[in-house]
Design a binder for this molecule. Sequence first.
Ligand code: SF4
Length: 128
Amino acid sequence: MAWQDFEHDMQRCPRCSYCKWIPWRFVRNIEYMQGCPSVARYNWHAYSAGGKYNISYSLLKERIEIDDSFLNVVYRCLMDGSCDIACKMQQDLEPLQHMQELRIKCVDEGALLPQHQPLFEACAKKII
Ligand code: SF4
């Protein structure tokens, strides 16, 4: 599947924010209810799985372009899948798969962060 194939999920996501947390039925102590590490670090909706459905839908509808802010959100995801587990208890969407495809799109288009450059240079040296 490609990132565009998740359009139905982008529309179905009601922005409930459940993906930011450990599923509540399993929380025994509010100190440990934070799920998504990106949201915990950056404290902004765009970093959540629901937020990525938002920006992805905006990209799909050509309301925004891939810029540094967009890439910052896409590449700050640790792909740990916490959002996916929580979402499946609430709405049963595929946020992890969607984020993977969105990242693949960015890499395919050469849309990278400056921090990626040393990694590519190191890989190139190993190949040569
Ligand atoms: S838990 Fe799922 S449905 Fe709810 S905001 Fe997150 S991605 Fe959207």
